[in-house]
Design a protein around this ligand. Structure first.
Ligand code: ATP
Length: 253
């Protein structure tokens, strides 16, 4: 699978060094209190990092701030060595930060093929678009079989695959995934996570928010547990999976 962008230079970060870092992030909505209350985390080049936590912990809010769709009230964000704290969304996108939001936002009346073509907006006429297309059909054969079908007629799991594939058509450096397994059949969720591992092996750094902690910890190298807007626990995923404190960090009980 080819992941380098045809015109954007590759990240300067070395493997294992931070691609994205956030320090002391506070994020909230309108006049209400902070939802994210002082979060610091790193995502290193080439890693899959999981962000897990109970409903309402602030995971989506944090992810949206990292994608520069919500402002940081306090704190500092850096991406590939540059201060990204005040970047507009389109700047983040241009640098290769791609968010797949919760709930599969595919263009329902358009075909699978048209949805994928829209994802390649930043290298539309380059041979690289065709290559991405072929790679993604190999990665998600179910999409390959449904190219002419309107996206709205796909199953939930297939729509999630399409949403991820469309994001990959833009050849991002960092993929932010919000609840990829939400509402899809367990077998399809397993396949989706296998694809996420393949995507990361091909060179795309991944931060994923996920309710299915078993899948998230199995796929990721490291994980952060968010509770009430703060990091309650962090560490290598293999260790957290067996950590007696994990449950308490997650549920607070
Ligand atoms: P879930 O797993 O349920 O999606 P989450 O950990 O992703 O939870 P968020 O979606 O970030 O949590 O929500 C955290 C808090 O922020 C909740 O109390 C929620 O009501 C509030 N919130 C989320 N979006 C908005 C919004 N657009 N306006 C105001 N408050 C919001």
């Amino acid at each position: 699978m080819r992941t380098a962008h045809p015109t954007r230079p590759p990240p300067r970060a070395q493997p294992g060094r931070p691609l994205l870092s956030v320090e002391g992030a506070q994020v909230g909505y309108g006049g209400a209190a902070d939802v994210v209350r002082g979060v610091s985390l790193d995502v290193r080049l080439g890693e899959i990092v999981a962000l897990v936590g109970a409903n309402g912990a602030g995971k989506t809010t944090l992810l949206r701030a990292l994608a520069r769709r919500l402002p940081l009230r306090r704190g500092r964000l850096s991406f590939d060595g540059d201060d990204a704290t005040s970047w507009a969304t389109d700047r983040a996108v241009a640098r290769g930060i791609s968010l797949v939001p919760e709930g599969r936002h595919v263009f329902a009346p358009l075909t699978v093929r048209e949805n994928l073509e829209l994802g390649a907006w930043n290298h539309r006429h380059a041979p690289s678009m065709r290559e991405s297309f072929d790679d993604l059909v190999r990665l998600f054969p179910r999409l390959g079989e449904r190219m002419k079908q309107p996206a709205g007629t796909l199953s939930g799991g297939e729509q999630q695959m399409l949403a991820i594939a469309r994001a990959l058509m833009a050849r991002p450096a960092l993929l932010l995934l919000d609840e990829p397994s939400l509402g899809i059949a367990p077998k399809l969720a397993e396949q989706l996570f296998e694809a996420i591992v393949t995507i990361a092996r091909a060179g795309v750094t991944v931060l994923l928010v996920e309710q299915n902690t078993r899948l998230a910890l199995a796929a990721s190298a490291r994980a952060y547990v968010l509770r009430d807007g703060r990091i309650a626990l962090e560490g290598p995923s293999a260790r957290l999976a067996d950590d007696p404190d994990f449950r308490r960090a997650y549920f607070g009980t």
